[in-house]
Design a protein around this ligand. Structure first.
Ligand SMILES: Nc1ncnc2c1ncn2[C@@H]1O[C@H](COP(=O)(O)OP(=O)(O)OP(=O)(O)O)[C@@H](O)[C@H]1O
Length: 193
């Protein structure tokens, strides 16, 4: 289970999470949907341990891996190296598997500067998925990725069998999730449908 209990996070005077609570099954793909600025990134960053809550608790189904909203690739490393760098030595042969998962096979030796924005986003996603973890927190994983491709990639992510909590504005992505949590805010709250 993923349990969030009365979580409160503020930036100065601004309360982005105000006693926010949510319980989700600890498996499958959960999508967080909501307007820009409602607090989805703040929630994901807090669950990843990057924001310090003023109050409340949460439990995750395993160690969190966060895909940042920004790509944060290493500028001096080639496409395949971005993934090799996060794999333990014994799993280095899996670079190709993660490149194929995001449809970047054959790009292994390319400098990242010549990749398109959508390709860089897919590479950042592959790198996050290559990290060992118990739950994957993916902040807008498909920015700049066309919807057919995003759908195919999401099905491959599902096959990895790890719980995923992602934020997305894409209807196509929301339609493929096992469940969608509709949000509004700030402060972040469940949207009554
Ligand atoms: N470090 C920060 N300092 C001050 N305010 C912040 C900070 N981070 C986020 N906020 C504010 O918190 C609110 C929620 O932002 P957040 O990025 O969590 O929303 P979001 O739902 O992820 O939006 P988007 O879909 O555009 O990424 C916004 O009003 C934002 O300005």
């Amino acid at each position: 289970m993923l349990r969030i209990h009365e979580l409160t996070v503020s930036f100065g005077e601004k309360r982005v999470l105000d006693s926010f609570s949510l319980t989700l099954p600890g498996e499958g793909i959960t999508a967080l949907a909501g307007p820009s600025g409602c607090g989805k990134t703040t929630l994901l960053r807090t669950l990843a341990g990057l924001e310090r809550p003023a109050g409340g608790t949460f439990t995750l189904p395993g160690e969190a891996v966060l895909l940042f909203q920004e790509d944060r690739l290493f500028p001096w490393r080639r496409t395949g190296e971005q993934i090799a760098d996060v794999l333990p030595r014994a799993r280095r042969q899996e670079v190709g598997k993660f490149l194929s998962l995001v449809e970047l096979e054959g790009e292994e030796d390319r400098p990242i500067q010549i990749l398109s924005g959508g390709m860089r986003r897919r590479l950042a996603l592959a790198r996050a998925l290559a990290c060992e973890g118990g739950v994957y927190l993916l902040d807008e994983p498909f920015t700049g990725v066309d919807k057919e491709r995003a759908g195919r990639i999401l099905e491959r992510i599902r096959a990895l069998g790890k719980p995923v909590l992602l934020s997305s504005h894409e209807e196509g992505v929301l339609a493929l999730a096992d469940r969608v949590v509709h949000l509004e805010g700030p402060p972040l709250r469940l949207r009554e449908l």
